[in-house]
Design a protein around this ligand. Structure first.
Ligand SMILES: *[C@@H]1O[C@H](CO)[C@@H](O)[C@H](O)[C@H]1NC(C)=O
Length: 314
């Protein structure tokens, strides 16, 4: 259900129908760049689990282009113009001639855009995969994960979705890491980042500026130490580290997302169909000992002692 690579036969058919409808709507539009969606319109993913559109977070009146959970619109998983809001409801998302998304405000100023391709793209196509990955590609319905021009999964906000990679392709893309929101009303870049560290042993760390405040690991070949384990029958984790790239990715058979919150905590959330809300499966650091360097270089941290830090007298 949460597979990233490879489209099933059914989704190829759906994709084809979808492709035709995009072609039709693009054909009827004469403006240049081509209009894709405007504020008030929504674009639904193949799984009908995610929606792309304009939103105002919390008590804010500013408008942002983003992707959210269809069943829970308050759960924003990606924001395009997080550092440059639109101040009215006239934002429009367009597709440029060079295969790039362009977000315009009422006066047609560029608020945000994705990178241009090096050549003109005649038939740009948008795919919104069931994973929540928004992909811009060229003409063919069968955009593989290699032939896309741009994908939202390469530009994470504060949420790690199954199938989304943390890390870096050393030849091409910028590093993919999570950046917390400033507040619930403001998705602009906050104080914390959450990234894959590959120095001696791979681990995942939260930084505040250049200061590491927590870490989970190291990677033991199967999972990261210090993170509660989930049955491997439903969870597949992948850590790749070679001269071309390093990344961490997970896929899971239950609806789970990982969020970096404004306090710098990494929260693993599970969707509860019955209550129509998210439950916290775990938070990292899940106790005070998980804070990096909590007891200094030679201290021993014991969560069941007071004070929790003791000098290591060996
Ligand atoms: C559109 O954006 C530009 C550049 O940020 C800004 O100067 C202009 O005032 C904005 N227009 C509206 C209607 O907000």
């Amino acid at each position: 259900m949460y597979k990233m690579e490879g489209l099933s036969f059914l989704s190829i058919i759906r994709c084809f129908i979808f492709y035709l409808s995009i072609e039709l709507s693009l054909a009827t539009l004469t403006i240049n760049p081509r209009r894709f969606i405007g504020d008030g319109e929504k674009f639904v993913s193949l799984s009908e689990r995610f929606e792309l559109g304009f939103f105002s977070p919390g008590n804010s009146k500013s408008r942002y282009l983003g992707i959210w959970h269809k069943e829970c619109p308050g759960t924003i998983v990606w924001v395009a113009n997080r550092n440059n809001p639109i101040h009215d409801r006239h934002g429009v998302l367009c597709i440029g001639n060079y295969g790039n998304f362009i977000l315009l405000n009422r006066t047609k100023d560029i608020i945000w855009s994705s990178d241009k391709s090096s050549r003109k793209i005649k038939n740009p196509v948008v795919h919104f995969l069931e994973t929540g990955n928004l992909i811009l590609g060229e003409s063919s319905c069968l955009i593989s994960s290699k032939s896309y021009l741009w994908q939202s999964f390469d530009y994470p906000s504060d949420t790690l979705l199954p199938g989304k990679k943390l890390g870096r392709d050393l030849k091409t893309n910028p590093e993919r890491y999570l950046t917390s929101w400033k507040s619930v009303d403001d998705p602009s870049s906050g104080d914390f980042i959450f990234k894959l560290d590959i120095h001696v042993l791979p681990q995942i760390s939260v930084y505040k500026g250049s200061m590491k405040i927590s870490r989970s690991g190291p990677w033991n070949g199967v999972s990261f130490g210090g993170i509660p384990t989930i049955s491997s029958s439903i969870l597949r984790q992948d850590l790749v580290h070679n001269e071309d790239k390093f990344y961490y990715m997970f896929e899971i058979d239950i609806p789970v997302i990982i969020k970096l919150n404004q306090a710098g905590e990494m929260q693993c959330l599970i969707w509860k169909e019955k209550s129509g809300g998210w439950d916290i499966m775990y938070t990292v650091p899940f106790d005070s000992c998980g804070m990096y360097g909590k007891c200094g270089a030679n201290g021993v941290c014991s969560i069941d002692k007071t004070p929790i830090c003791m000098a290591d007298v060996g």
